[in-house]
Ligand binder design. Structure first.
Ligand code: SF4
Length: 432
């Protein structure tokens, strides 16, 4: 077994620990804020107009009535956490498709800005929404970073992903991205690599479009991930996932992006200029997630909000937050989580880590830190631990497995509520 396979296996098993969420909190309970700390707020908007077969995020079919109720409840939850003493300096809105109802989104962002000293706001969207003036005007509501889910510019792959009809052909997406460029401080493009039918030539074309034609401020290249429950649909629609070419594809991406003047913001995100970071979990140790299916990490525990939209609406209606599950990490697990997330961003300040963990970081994580140096994944330079070129790809594997563990938890939670309504219908996965 080579190092890559060994790490995949190890992380597939160890990341299950983080996503165990054994503590069923019964009545939803919001954790206490810590002193005068300013947090990052994550808002989850789970509605999508089509349900892509490869996607394991918490997403449901868009229904205007339901989504209107949901946005209203989300604004109540924002007020509730503000009343509980939380203060936020950053906002990240993800989904699903946050821009599915732009007026509702703007009202929600405005509420956060009225109540908190938010200085950076990031919103995810899909290419077809770039045709909507209200989405392009989001910068007037303080949105600095718009992240567009493109996945590929290859029409064949877009058709396999069942995104071609709804989100547009390669040519349409390129035109929309060019029109959106310059509206925001950071225009990020989300891409996926290692599709079963992707070729090096197709990946090379994607890269040239991104850097030479569009000139994206930032590109996030996620490795294709799957969850146990979506594997069947994925195998049918886009082919059987293999990791044989993953490393080569990653090396092609990194070489192209770095040569084009981008720097790595995380193992799979490349930015230029003063782009905002892509992965808030790498930048911010603690964050509070609001909305159905959102995750939070606070004071050494991961929290999950209910995945049932109906349950979420009724919890909020009763004046409670949507949080229902907790996974409490031991002190060593917290350090390993910290190591994983910090090195996802490329570097770890060892002095800061020592201080953060009462001078136990070196001592307790000695095996992990030694192993990283032995497999030449990281190099120490003064107080900084830095990923090597080899380490960047190994971190892609670790994060892929970490997120796959989270995806499996999402699928379990969604399975528990599969009888709730037609919103979760998987039949739409085969023909969105
Ligand atoms: S990938 Fe598709 S299903 Fe998943 S969140 Fe984006 S639009 Fe929705």
């Amino acid at each position: 077994m080579n190092i890559a396979n060994l790490l995949s296996w190890y992380f597939r098993h160890s990341s299950r620990r983080y996503a165990r969420f054994n503590d069923d909190l019964g009545a939803a309970r919001l954790p206490e804020p810590s002193g005068d700390r300013q947090y990052l707020m994550y808002l989850h908007i789970p509605f999508c107009e089509v349900l892509c077969p490869f996607c394991s995020f918490h997403r449901v079919e868009f229904r205007e009535n339901k989504a209107t109720q949901y946005f209203r409840a989300l604004r109540r939850e924002i007020e509730l956490v503000g009343d509980a003493g939380f203060t936020f300096s950053e906002l990240y809105v993800g989904g699903g498709t946050p821009t599915v109802m732009p007026e509702e989104l703007i009202a929600t962002i405005n509420l956060v800005r009225e109540r908190h000293p938010v200085t950076s706001i990031s919103v995810e969207t899909n290419p077809d929404d770039l045709e909507n003036e209200k989405v392009l005007d989001l910068h007037n509501s303080g949105v600095n970073r718009l992240s567009v889910g493109v996945q590929s510019f290859d029409d064949r792959l877009l058709k396999e992903m069942q995104r071609y009809d709804k989100y547009g052909s390669s040519e349409q997406i390129r035109r929309r991205l060019k029109a959106a460029h310059g509206h925001f401080d950071t225009l990020n493009v989300d891409m996926i690599f290692n599709f079963p039918h992707q070729t090096e030539a197709s990946l090379g074309t994607d890269l040239r479009i991104l850097t030479d034609e569009i000139g994206a401020d930032q590109v996030s290249f996620y490795p294709l991930m799957s969850a146990d429950a979506t594997r069947k649909a994925m195998n049918k629609e886009i082919g059987i996932v293999s990791y044989t070419h993953e490393r080569t594809y990653y090396e092609i991406i990194a070489a192209h992006m770095l040569a084009a003047g981008y720097t790595r913001s995380s193992a799979w995100c490349f930015s230029r200029g003063t782009s905002m970071v892509d992965e808030y979990i790498a930048e911010r140790e603690e964050y509070l997630g609001l909305g159905s299916g959102a995750f939070s990490y606070l004071a050494g525990a991961l929290y999950a909000s209910t995945f049932s939209i109906n349950h979420y609406l009724s919890l909020i209606e009763s004046g409670m937050s949507g949080i229902v599950r907790r996974s409490t990490l031991s002190s060593r697990e917290q350090m390993r989580y910290y190591l994983l997330m910090q090195l996802f961003g490329g570097t770890l300040d060892l002095d800061a880590a020592e201080e953060r963990f009462d001078h136990r970081f070196y001592r307790d994580l000695r095996p992990e830190l030694t192993a990283l140096r032995m497999i030449r994944a990281a190099r120490k330079s003064g107080p900084t631990l830095r990923l090597t070129e080899r380490g960047h790809y190994l971190w892609v594997i670790m994060m892929r497995e970490f997120f796959s563990g989270v995806n499996n938890f999402r699928e379990q939670m969604r399975h528990n509520i599969s009888g709730e309504n037609v919103l979760l219908s998987t039949s739409r996965q085969s023909k969105p």
